[in-house]
Ligand binder design. Structure first.
Ligand SMILES: [Zn+2]
Length: 205
């Protein structure tokens, strides 16, 4: 442990969000595991565009992503952003980056849109603007919806204003690809050219 890490630990009780070791986050050992190996994932077929990720979803990247999303560990934006940047550099140049939106409810609860923050971090370095073209409709306040309304919400969860830009879709993790597929469909229907999707980690089973 570096002296600065130890001092931080002593003062703040800080620990690594990746593995729990005392000191800076992520610790040196976790940082060494955060080397991007960009790959096109199997969900690409379902999504309808190439989906590239930096690594498989597993420790420590999984715990870092969760901490960034749900534990207000916003200082991890740069560490995770660097992984996403490696992915985006492997995709064709586009007019803008489009983050998958959080539901309004989730954003209210977190006070932070983690995916937009990652997109902005990368966009600044790539000199590509980030546009929140996708909005999620009524959100997932499922308790107030009847069965028919729920079906409709799942099949048309996102909206986008009409446009013709070339875009890349951004998210932190891909699991089944259902959300990404819906985002791509919404953007294409609105007239955009979706050149690919960039995610940090592939969590497909
Ligand atoms: Zn660690």
């Amino acid at each position: 442990m570096k002296f600065s890490d130890a001092a931080l630990d002593l003062l703040l009780g800080a620990s690594c969000y990746g593995c729990g070791a005392p000191g800076a986050t992520p610790c040196v050992a976790c940082r060494e595991l955060l080397v991007p190996t960009v790959q096109t994932v199997t969900q690409s077929l379902k999504v309808g565009v190439p989906v590239l990720t930096a690594m498989r979803y597993g420790s420590p990247v999984s715990t870092l992503i969760i901490a960034h999303k749900d534990r207000q560990a916003w200082q991890l934006c740069g560490v995770l952003g660097a992984l996403l940047l490696a992915v985006l550099q492997a995709l064709p140049p586009v007019d803008c980056l489009v983050p998958v939106p959080s539901t309004p409810q989730a954003e209210r609860e977190r006070g932070y849109d983690h995916t937009k923050a990652l997109a902005l971090w990368c966009g600044r370095r790539m000199r590509v603007p980030v546009r929140g073209l996708l909005s999620s409709g009524v959100g997932s306040d499922h308790a107030k919806l009847n069965a028919n309304e729920r079906m409709r919400e799942v099949s048309g969860r996102f909206r986008a204003p009409p446009g013709h830009s070339q875009v890349i879709l951004i998210d932190d993790v891909i699991t089944t690809g259902a959300t990404a597929a819906e985002c791509v469909h919404t953007l294409r229907t609105a007239g955009y050219g979706v050149m690919g999707a960039g995610m940090i980690a592939d969590a497909a089973l």
